[in-house]
Design a protein around this ligand. Structure first.
Ligand code: SF4
Length: 217
């Protein structure tokens, strides 16, 4: 992954936020009753060039009524081949991370900002994320999670519209459209830098504690 900062047109993001606002007066994008209906409507998307190079559209996986939504950046090679997010080595590690805080994939929902694989697993481009972001926002609207956890720098920075380094976004709770928002390392980063495992373990303890706290309310 490169280290270039992510800059997304703030005007476009403001428009997307208006689409999320339940009582907004502006013209809204079509709304969907279910994830399945949404996926079947957008799965042939060719809005950006990644649509013509993908093997499979990778919408998301998990419990459509989950209280916890994980958001990564984009499908990798295995995800592109199989059509599901986080199914390669990073996905297996994510399963272990979830198990460590007593969750399985059936308890949570997992999606990416991009639904199609960038060639060679390069970083998503700002314009690609800008075009694909409305799909993710519709997923958030349908799922209505109580907590969102961004996996990795690219997802965190794109969703928060910031260039703040990941290390400074961790260990604190943010707010994303009124939803508690948390940030941790991408499992692929753990595969490259095992020293991050302790940090992720601490992050997951915070995440689980917040989840339990919200469940009691
Ligand atoms: S990455 Fe998103 S915007 Fe681009 S073609 Fe795929 S679904 Fe469409």
């Amino acid at each position: 992954m490169g280290t270039a900062d992510i800059v997304i047109d703030p005007v476009r993001i403001a428009a997307i936020r208006r689409e999320l606002t339940a009582n907004g007066k502006k013209k809204k994008a079509p709304r969907f009753r279910s994830l399945a209906q949404h996926e079947s409507t957008i799965c042939d998307c060719l809005k950006c060039p990644l649509g013509s190079t993908r093997t499979n559209f990778v919408y998301g996986v998990g419990n459509p009524g989950a209280n916890l939504l994980f958001i990564g950046e984009a499908p990798g090679r295995e995800e592109d081949l199989q059509g599901y997010p986080f199914v390669g080595r990073a996905g297996q590690l994510l399963d272990k991370i979830l198990a460590a805080i007593q969750f399985s994939r059936e308890d949570v929902y997992i999606a990416n900002i991009l639904k199609c694989r960038p060639p060679g697993n390069r970083d998503p481009q700002p314009d690609e994320m800008q075009m694909c972001m409305p799909y993710l926002l519709e997923q958030v609207r349908i799922i209505r999670p109580k907590i969102i956890c961004a996996l990795g720098r690219i997802s965190a920075q794109a969703l928060m519209q910031t260039t703040t380094p990941l290390g400074k976004l961790r260990r604190k709770w943010h707010n994303y459209h009124g939803i508690p928002f948390f940030v941790t390392y991408h499992p692929a980063a753990l595969l490259r830098f095992p020293a991050y495992k302790r940090d992720v373990w601490e992050d997951m303890q915070m995440l689980r504690a917040k989840y339990d706290e919200l469940a009691r309310e």
